[in-house]
Design a protein around this ligand. Structure first.
Ligand code: TZP
Ligand code: MG
Length: 202
């Protein structure tokens, strides 16, 4: 479907969101998700509109977290929602057939009940992470492999992941890895993204 490296922005990281997104795309991320639970819709929309042509030029897909209206108004490539963000099929109807829809999956039961209309899943947290302290219980690599096998769409692992996890992630059969702090809190986010991609390609 796309490349393996999926970078998610963090308003708590040292660089601003636009700089994080650019660094990720320049480093070879196939996916850049704008995630900022605190920004207003208007601010997030303005940022998405600004970034979209830049991300496209760099070959990265821009995905909006949570905000259906912002994703539609921006014409973003994708929308990512969680289990509590509403009815998946209603959201699919709202965004139309072409926008990529990602869904967070936290358990094997959720994977088995994956509704139609979802293009990829984010599975996790793989392990506990300070970035999302309220995340569900960690699934571990065995849980990840089971979830991956239970769905027919690409699976991106998330939660506490870094460079050293890549061999085990590949062995679990996932399409890629989604990271926040491994890139956004790295001293050089572009180089950190590049390193993930290089390791993935080994
Ligand atoms: N969903 C599950 S874990 C997580 C999200 C958004 C945060 C992952 O952040 P990090 O810094 O890559 O552990
Ligand atoms: Mg959400």
């Amino acid at each position: 479907m796309s490349g393996p490296i999926y970078v998610i922005t963090d308003p708590g990281a040292p660089l601003d969101l636009a700089t994080q997104a650019r660094a990720a795309a320049l480093g070879g991320a196939a996916w850049v998700q704008l995630r900022d639970k605190t920004a207003s819709d208007a601010d997030l929309l303005a940022l998405a509109r600004q970034l979209l042509p830049e991300m496209r030029a760099l070959g990265a897909r821009l995905v909006i977290n949570d905000r259906v209206e912002v994703a539609i108004a921006a014409g973003a490539e994708g929308l990512h929602i969680g289990q509590g963000d509403g009815d998946v099929q209603a959201i699919r109807a709202q965004i139309g057939p072409d926008m990529i829809l990602g869904l967070s999956i936290e358990t094997l039961d959720q994977a088995r009940a994956l509704p139609p209309g979802v293009d990829y899943i984010g599975a996790g947290p793989l392990r506990a992470t300070a970035t999302k302290p309220d995340a569900a219980a960690p699934i571990g690599f065995d849980g990840l492999a089971q979830i991956t096998r239970a769905v027919s769409v690409p699976c991106y692992a998330i939660g506490g992941l870094g460079l050293a996890d890549i061999p085990a992630l590949k062995a679990a059969g996932v399409a890629g890895m989604a990271v926040v702090s491994a890139v956004t809190r790295a001293p050089d986010p572009q180089a950190a993204t590049q390193a993930l991609l290089q390791e993935w390609r080994l």
